[in-house]
Structures are given as structure tokens and as C-alpha cells.
Ligand binder design. Structure first.
Ligand SMILES: [Zn+2]
Length: 104
């Protein structure tokens, strides 16, 4: 079963989908969605099922991933000011630092 052919017309000239409207960029590469170059039908690369659907679980997970990502960025943005504060407080006084260094 190394060669996958189109279940609709038997054409072996198929390509793997990297993006689909349902699976998006996150899941489509893992879903084995194939598309026939000849008749344009979409099918599942393993089961040969025509017009495969993305499991709802995956859609929910992708939403959670995006939300988690946003949360992470917001969390980083919130923690950044405190990091900067602890950076300016250490030993060397900030006033002795030259604002513009030309040669070194
Ligand atoms: Zn086909």
C-alpha cells in the first residue's frame, strides 16, 4: 500500500493536502487528506473515504491551542514590565551609562 490512488477514478496522481478549510494548517498535515489531481476529489489517504471531515475534537483542540497561545503571549506581555524593572535595579547605576556609544 505504498502507492495511493484516487478512490473515485483510480488515478494514482494524487497530492497530499497541507491545508483544508476544516482542518486548517494545524491538523491537515496529520489527517492524511489527499486530493486527486485528475478529478479533484478529496479523500482520506488511509481509509479512502471520500470527502473526509475533520473530527470535531480536533477543531475544539485547535481553538484551545490558539486560546492557549494568546494566553501565553498575554502572560508574557504582563510579565515583561516586572522583568525590565529587575533589570534596571542592579548594581551599576543607570545614570553612569552613556546613552550613545560610538566606538568600542
Ligand atoms: Zn480522481
Amino acid at each position: 500500500m505504498s502507492q495511493i490512488s484516487c478512490p473515485a477514478c483510480g488515478n494514482p496522481d494524487v497530492k497530499k493536502l497541507l491545508y483544508s478549510s476544516q482542518g486548517g494548517l494545524i491538523w491537515t498535515p496529520f489527517l492524511n487528506f489527499m486530493k486527486c489531481r485528475k478529478c479533484g476529489v478529496r479523500f482520506h489517504g488511509k481509509t479512502g473515504q471520500l470527502d473526509p471531515q475533520v473530527p470535531k475534537m480536533m477543531r475544539v483542540i485547535s481553538v484551545l491551542i490558539i486560546l492557549g497561545f494568546v494566553g501565553l503571549i498575554v502572560g508574557l506581555a504582563l510579565s515583561l514590565p516586572s522583568l525590565k524593572q529587575s533589570e534596571t535595579t542592579p548594581v551599576a547605576s543607570p545614570q553612569s551609562r552613556p546613552t550613545a556609544r560610538r566606538h568600542e
